[in-house]
Design a protein around this ligand. Structure first.
Ligand code: BGC
Length: 418
């Protein structure tokens, strides 16, 4: 069953204000993560600070590479070598896969004491649990379907934020004619897949997204709507600059900041970059949900691996408790660009993009239009996601037709399911 059962009745906005239990001092954690860009490093620095304030020892194990593909490879090698890190940035079905392999410790005693069930959206809580016990703690909720733009650049062609793909294309054409790169993009498979899923939401809507990218329904995957999605991706390919290949996502964000490009299509970790560079929403940069009337959900969490020894076990408990404390959830998410995973953290210190994300999330839950991110490992197993990334990247970097891309995608998905 898809863990993101969209009819799950989770209640947003309940004000419970349960403080976390006082954390015990001490413990050691080695934390494997991929937060190395400006905004990301600032955010993970908050976690380190919070943990160390409890007397704990933090060993940092960053593995650079947006989207976390390199980190996941490193993780497998560490587990195979019998030397797993204490806590790992990991999410979605990946948590369940590692739990099934017997690779995780649970922190259920902390979760029970602090009543995590009462302060997390049930759909998110479900992902953090294996066999009814918490094996991971969520730090945030990221939205994937965003347009980011430079208002000064848009003003040069008399454009405002687009609300449909037609408007986006029209503005992009004007920017191109004015000699400005319309779309800042980094040609890495996970970034291609991020843009692709945002396009699928916009072209097909949330129900189609759910059928095609989450349920892997063959009719949806082979439909005209999927062909049209690839057509729009082909259009976007025409809006990137010649040096897009291999570029890191944060460098693409910098292109928007510096006025070298009009737009970036990226999750709201991009906002963490703008903020870390001292830019303000509304004046220095604009955010707007991409078309589609949905909400593509991505949530980061730390998963606790099977380590032993009192010091490391203590470290896991203290880290779990700190991650879930309301004060940390506020500070961390103010830096990261995301919103708190806890439903009871006040939003008054957050900017307009975060408030929009928070309100749209509640609306998407009510309208059944919340969908989990395929590109960011919230929806489908890694092996199948890998087939999506291959098909999308091959399409983006060739002159393959949309029909052939659909064929390649369906074959790939079938292969991975065998
Ligand atoms: C993670 C974000 C991260 C981004 C870029 C996403 O998959 O959820 O936390 O900032 O990748 O590295």
């Amino acid at each position: 069953m898809n863990m993101f059962n969209r009819s799950a009745a989770f209640v947003f906005g309940a004000s419970l204000f349960l403080g976390s239990a006082a954390a015990q001092a001490g413990g050691t954690v080695e934390v494997l993560h991929w937060w190395t860009s400006g905004g990301e490093a600032k955010a993970v620095g908050e976690l380190k600070k919070t943990f160390e304030a409890q007397g704990g020892k933090w060993i940092d194990s960053p593995i650079a590479g947006g989207g976390g593909d390199a980190a996941m490879t490193a993780l497998r090698a560490r587990v195979m070598a019998g030397d797993p890190p204490t806590a790992v940035q990991l999410k979605g079905p990946g948590i369940q896969e590692w739990a099934k392999e017997g690779a995780l410790n649970d922190v259920d005693d902390v979760a029970k004491k602090e009543n995590w069930d009462a302060v997390l959206p049930p759909a998110l809580a479900g992902i953090m649990k294996y066999d009814g016990k918490y094996v991971a703690a969520p730090v945030n909720i990221h939205r994937v379907d965003w347009f980011w733009a430079n208002p000064q650049v848009l003003a040069k062609v008399g454009a405002s934020m687009p609300t449909t793909w037609e408007e986006f294309n029209a503005t992009a054409d004007k920017l191109k004619a004015a000699g400005i790169t319309p779309l800042a993009h980094g040609g890495q498979p996970w970034q291609d897949a991020t843009v692709f899923e945002v396009v699928v939401l916009g072209v097909g809507g949330p129900d189609f997204f759910q059928k095609a990218l989450v349920e892997l329904d063959e009719k949806a995957l082979t439909s005209d709507t999927m062909v049209k999605s690839f057509d729009q991706l082909r259009k976007l390919r025409g809006y990137v600059d010649p040096s897009f290949s291999g570029r890191d996502w944060n460098l693409a964000t910098a292109m928007v900041m510096n006025g070298e490009a009009g737009f970036q299509i990226m999750g709201d970790w991009a906002k963490g970059e703008f903020l870390a560079a001292g830019k303000r929403p509304g004046t220095d940069f604009l955010c707007a949900p991409a078309p589609g009337n949905g909400y593509i959900l991505n949530s980061d969490s730390f998963t606790f691996f099977k380590v032993s020894g009192a010091d490391r076990l203590e470290g896991q408990k203290v880290l779990a408790s700190e991650i879930m404390s309301p004060a940390f959830q506020e500070t961390f998410n103010l830096a990261k660009g995301s919103i708190p995973a806890r439903i009871d953290v006040p939003m008054d210190k957050f900017d307009s993009c975060a408030v929009k994300s928070h309100d749209d999330l509640a609306a998407a839950i009510a309208a059944n239009s919340l969908v989990p991110s395929m590109a960011h490992e919230m929806a489908i197993p890694r092996t199948i996601r890998g087939e999506f990334l291959d098909a999308v990247t091959n399409f983006f970097n060739s002159d393959m037709s949309s029909a052939d891309a659909v064929k390649a995608l369906v074959e790939g998905v079938k292969r991975a399911q065998r």
